[in-house]
Design a protein around this ligand. Structure first.
Ligand SMILES: Nc1ncnc2c1ncn2[C@@H]1O[C@H](COP(=O)(O)OP(=O)(O)OP(=O)(O)O)[C@@H](O)[C@H]1O
Ligand SMILES: [Mg+2]
Length: 469
């Protein structure tokens, strides 16, 4: 094998002498897969098929909408949203002598100085904000900055030292005991980082728990619970034991349980931080989907600025018990309130780098060097794509063959190795996605991912690379 390093981006221009030796079976995972796995841009249809589709289309009764019959709302204006929760001058202190601590803080001492002098922790200091109906409001900040303390004030787990929180105009700390119980049961629900599920109950048992407590009858609550289980993608797992579930599945149960109560507000305290990055990505996507469907207001805590920007309609950043900026992700990124926010965004984005191995997919068409051109053509046709990766006995990547080349080989009785491209772009699973972006943008085909020894392990498509931006 013969490789040249093309540039520091670790993209190797891969050239290999073709070997047409005896070839063993290719592992199943490299065999033809569902063509839907590939983005549309990599699929081609042949003309016959296109004509057939067109004919079929002509015969169908027409269901065409003109643009002006069903106008699409393309205005970027946000609907006017009502305030759901209003927080005024909220402070929360832990420790013995609040009075002295408050005085020192008012005189300009920092949180750390106050703690040193008085033993009082100022977990929250003079925060005012409002949460709008139907928004995802993200709270971000370093450990100890007060995120959980703030959110726990919303569901009465914490009692503020000073300040006021109103829910639809009513001060939640002035509710009677009965009203407070009702508020917690009907209006607000929480999803925790470590799931907080009941291990002696199965999935369904956990999801329907809140409804059971409310006294809803079994048929009705099961119907609702099953709907939620389906919504979070756990259909078929209703009777699984909690300890048989993966972290991602457990968090789906936590989410379904919270949603089953149909709360006005969902509090989520770092719900995805215990999950691995790919599962986390799926969960973020699904949460967005579900939220759009249900319209639930979500207050979401995270350490991760990328997660904050992905999910948040607005983001609040906290430091030492104070909110220092509330803004849309775009505003915050382009107009950070101060240097602290700016650095927070920078370091967090840098640390969160993804490697190619995290986003690569299995190619749908792989053929072996010794396969006949006819077989290669059939493979491509059944996958509806116009090229296939060619490997040798040891799954080492040898090249790419296009449908045209395969047709030519078939016609002139040549081998695949005589017609295929051997000069193709490759990268390794450990390469950072950042380093392949510019190449992926220009590449006509997905970039092949090979281990250092040349073993073909996957491909990265332009769409997947760009989606990480
Ligand atoms: N029950 C408590 N008693 C005393 N101090 C507390 C208590 N709960 C929180 N604190 C303190 O209040 C401050 C804010 O804590 P909080 O848990 O709200 O931070 P956080 O932003 O949620 O952090 P993390 O990201 O680690 O969860 C910290 O200094 C913490 O030590
Ligand atoms: Mg916390």
């Amino acid at each position: 094998m013969n490789r040249e390093i093309k540039d520091e981006n670790n993209l190797n221009k891969y050239t290999q002498e073709s070997k047409t030796k005896d070839i063993n079976e290719i592992p199943d995972e490299y065999k033809i897969k569902d063509a839907n796995e590939l983005p549309d841009e990599y699929k081609i249809r042949d003309t016959d098929e296109m004509n057939k589709l067109e004919d079929e289309e002509k015969e169908k009764p027409k269901k065409v909408f003109k643009l002006n019959e069903k106008p699409v709302d393309i205005s970027e204006e946000e609907p006017e949203r009502k305030t759901l929760i209003e927080v005024k001058h909220l402070s929360k202190l832990y420790g013995p002598d609040h009075k002295a601590a408050i005085k020192l803080r008012q005189e300009g001492d920092t949180k750390a100085e106050v703690l040193e002098k008085t033993g009082v922790t100022i977990a929250l200091w003079d925060n005012s904000l409002d949460i709008k109906e139907g928004e995802i409001f993200v709270i971000i900040g370093l450990s100890g900055s007060g995120k959980s303390t703030l959110v726990r004030c919303f569901n009465l787990l914490n009692v503020p030292t000073k300040g006021e929180i109103t829910f639809r105009g009513r001060d939640i700390n002035k509710l009677s005991k009965k009203e407070a119980i009702e508020f917690k049961r009907e209006n607000i629900a929480m999803v925790f980082q470590h799931f907080g599920l009941m291990s002696h109950r199965d999935v369904l048992g956990n999801v329907e728990y809140g409804l059971e407590v409310k006294g809803m009858d079994k048929t009705e609550r099961e119907k609702i619970a099953m709907k939620m289980i389906e919504m979070v993608g756990l259909k078929g797992n209703e009777h699984k034991k909690i300890d048989k579930l993966s972290g991602g599945m457990k968090q789906r149960v936590g989410l379904a349980r919270a949603l089953a109560n149909d709360p006005d507000v969902l509090l989520m305290d770092e719900p995805f931080s215990a999950l691995d990055p790919l599962v986390r990505n799926d969960m973020q996507f699904e949460l967005l989907n579900i939220q759009k469907r249900l319209g639930t207001t979500i207050i979401f805590i995270t350490h991760d600025i990328d997660e904050a920007f992905k999910l948040g309609d607005r983001v609040a950043i906290m430091k030492d018990g104070e909110i220092i900026q509330i803004a849309t992700p775009e505003e915050m990124a382009t107009n950070p309130a101060d240097e602290y926010v700016e650095r927070f965004i920078e370091t967090a984005t840098k640390k969160n780098v993804i490697s190619v191995g995290n986003i690569m997919i299995k190619p749908s068409s792989v053929v072996r060097l010794k396969d006949s051109p006819k077989f290669a053509i059939a493979t491509m046709r059944s996958n509806k794509i116009s090229s296939a990766y060619v490997v040798n006995t040891q799954m080492k990547l040898a090249g790419v063959v296009t449908i045209e080349q395969a047709v030519e080989a078939e016609k002139y009785d040549k081998k695949i190795s005589e017609v295929m491209y051997r000069d193709i772009l490759t990268t390794t699973p450990n390469t950072m996605v950042n380093d392949v972006i510019s190449t992926a943008q220009k590449a006509r085909y997905p970039i092949a991912v090979v281990e250092d020894d040349g073993t073909f392990v996957g491909i990265v498509t332009k769409a997947d690379v760009l989606a990480t931006l």
